[in-house]
Design a protein. Structure first.
Ligand SMILES: *Cc1c(COP(=O)(O)O)cnc(C)c1O
Length: 390
């Protein structure tokens, strides 16, 4: 591994050697048949991962572009959008919607909690919403949305389900062929980025539209976008030898390899592995007197937001960890200074996470806390066992 540091933040995530190699391949023309074949394969693999019968888009941009593409192609100015927000990234849809003249209503949970599905049902019964956004794992709080509860309610009320999977896709179940309760209740749009659980360097936006979402786009006379208009991209996605805007050739090589690794592991195993990582990391860190912001029943598999025990200073804790080669992220908004966020997704290994538990213990000890590192490792291993034995 050429990585000198363990990048355990909620994206970007550690990049493995074969992906670096793909990234460093010779840059070819975007119309070279060898590149076109790879782009096709990357799109096909994305389609397989999400099990969609609709259209998949893999384009230059970060996760935020993917959010924008999902929104502007489904909800027009003056139409209504409901945002279900479990934190900072859920809230991003409010600003995005407003920027395009969309009428935005919002249900926000207290940070660390989920929005009550009863409130969602109530809100949807008062008004006709064109679409509802759900953040699968909110990267600010470590809260996961309960799709089993939310999708049927939204579909029953005739709105599209737009799922922000930027911190979840390839780690938490996102199966666009799955009927939630009944055959009609499916996720309509999934959007994500390359740099989180897919574990490829940042730079690609990935969006999938099912047939219902495509039908909604068809009824829209115009959309407030050019680069993000899916009608400019559908011909390219179906035949990548065509040109609309130059694709990031090397990133597509890397993404194709990243997707190969995802499918090689298999989706079921990937979901199981990430669920075990999340529980194991939180179990280990709780031995040090740290508390996850989200209760275990609502906690994301991909990252955890951990509240500091008394007496730990955020800046000196994280810089001491960085000196030992472990990078974690600070908390956002009102939690800044009071918590840190640790990512445990993508191609991160059990060995890396166990090492992180040890380094965090050593750092807390240096900062004057009395900790039991062996006990934390035991707690971590107990929950990570399912993965270790695989
Ligand atoms: C990271 C993230 C985003 C934003 O993605 P960028 O690539 O930074 O634009 C959006 N939603 C969620 C849930 C995220 O974790």
């Amino acid at each position: 591994m050429r990585n000198d540091e363990m990048l355990l933040i909620p994206g970007p995530t550690p990049v493995v050697e074969s992906i670096y190699e793909a990234l460093a391949s010779e840059t070819r023309s975007h119309t070279d048949p060898r590149f076109v074949a790879l782009y096709k394969s990357a799109i096909e693999k994305t389609r397989t991962m999400l099990k969609t019968d609709g259209e998949v888009f893999v384009i230059s941009g970060s996760g935020t572009i993917a959010m924008e593409m999902a929104l502007v192609n489904t909800v027009a100015a003056g139409e209504k959008l409901l945002v279900i927000s479990h934190g900072y990234f859920g809230d991003r849809f409010i600003k995005l919607g407003k920027a395009f003249g969309i009428e935005v209503d919002v249900l926000q949970s207290e940070w660390g909690k989920q929005v009550d599905p009863v409130e969602v049902e109530k809100k949807l019964s008062t008004d006709q919403f064109k679409a509802v956004t759900i953040t699968h794992a909110d990267t600010s709080t470590g809260v996961a949305a309960n799709l089993e509860q939310l999708v049927p309610i939204i579909k029953r009320n005739g709105a599209l389900v737009i799922l922000d999977g930027v911190c979840a896709t390839a780690a938490m179940e996102e199966d666009m062929s799955k009927g939630y309760g009944n055959e009609e209740a499916k996720i309509d749009v999934v959007l994500t980025g390359s740099q989180k659980a897919i574990a490829v360097p940042p730079g690609l936006a990935i969006v999938a539209f099912n047939q219902s979402a495509l039908a909604v786009r068809e009824k829209m006379e115009r959309v407030s976008a050019y680069y993000c208009d899916i009608y400019n991209w559908i011909p390219i996605m179906n035949d990548p030898s065509k040109y609309f805007a130059t694709p990031p050739v090397n990133l597509v090589y890397a993404f194709e390899e990243g997707m190969r690794l995802v499918l090689e592991e298999g989706m079921e195993q990937r979901y199981k592995r990430h669920a075990a990582y999340g529980t194991a990391v939180r179990a280990g860190l709780s031995v040090y007197g740290m508390k996850a912001l989200a209760d275990e029943q609502v906690a994301a598999a991909t990252l955890s937001c951990m509240l500091y025990p008394d007496g730990i200073d955020d800046a000196s804790f994280r810089s001491a960890l960085a000196e030992k080669g472990l990078i974690v992220a600070g908390a956002l908004s009102h939690l800044a200074g009071k918590a840190f966020r640790i990512g445990h997704m993508g191609n991160t290994t059990v060995e890396m996470l166990e090492k992180a538990i040890v380094l965090i213990g050593e750092t807390l000890d240096e900062q004057g806390l009395s900790v039991n590192i062996n006990k934390a490792i035991d707690a971590f291993r107990k929950h990570a066992l399912a993965v270790l034995n695989n």
